[in-house]
Design a binder for this molecule. Sequence first.
Ligand code: SF4
Length: 317
Amino acid sequence: MSPLPARPEPRPGRDPGGRPAPRAGRDRGPGDLQLALLPPDESLVLSATRLDVWRSCRRRYLFQYVQRLPARTTEPLWIGRLVHRVLERLVALPPAERREEAALALLDRLWPEEADRRSAFPSPEREQAARQRARAMLAAWVRRERARLGPDSRLVGLELPLSLRLGDGLAFTGRIDRLEWREGGLELVDYKTGRPRSAPALRRDLQAVAYAWLVESVWGRPVERVTFWFLAVDRLVTFPVDREAASALPDRLRAEGRAIREERLYPARPGPACRWCDYLALCPEGQQAARRLASRQAGGSAGAAPSQAARSSDSGR
Ligand code: SF4
């Protein structure tokens, strides 16, 4: 096993064409990392969530990112946002203070402060049930965290907003929940508050590859593994980074960036996810699909669960 490195040195970012690094940003988290922030003049900034929406339905992309029509804050999104905020503060405490009582006290303090609470929950009962679920997630996190960090592992960064220029006014941005040094290499950890997914599905997920590539490009150190930490079921899914997919990523992102810029028609792609789409009222094709699905369900067949893109926003949570 390779030895633990000294505190990682912040490395200036470099785009894949060797052009100058993004501007250095503020320090954040116990890793004391300098973050690479984008200058505000990039004309198209991609993210994993934005690309998920683009791939799932271009009409929705039009509403959400071109026309910038407001989207609802859904209950899962609201909970995800809040739990991330609690964990961010909790992990900033010394390890001995990362206790369940501290987690629950933070939850109680931040709960009423979080924006859009009234619109996220249809009733006080739903809000109460969500609060109980959040408490259970945090209690499980505390137990798992205690066992996770040992002499051969440690946290090196938290809530890292990393961005990278791809040239031609195109950039990619993402927020890394957590970076650890473990078993002689870097491991990227992403917290999820939604339903768990299988390792093969996660391995294909753009976020896993893109975030590993982002850390490596900005920081200059390879990421060995990616872990998705499903808080609601206390399950961690870990797999090695797909190197082939990571090296092909910059070209793929540039091609998708070009396609986004050239799109003029924004065709609808109706499907089961239309039922959860914020823009259903504006989309005749989606309404038709939702009606078809409803009548099929009335006839007895179950509907599919919403896709990640259907449920999430740029928080990526
Ligand atoms: S309702 Fe369906 S087809 Fe229409 S924008 Fe939304 S996801 Fe796309």
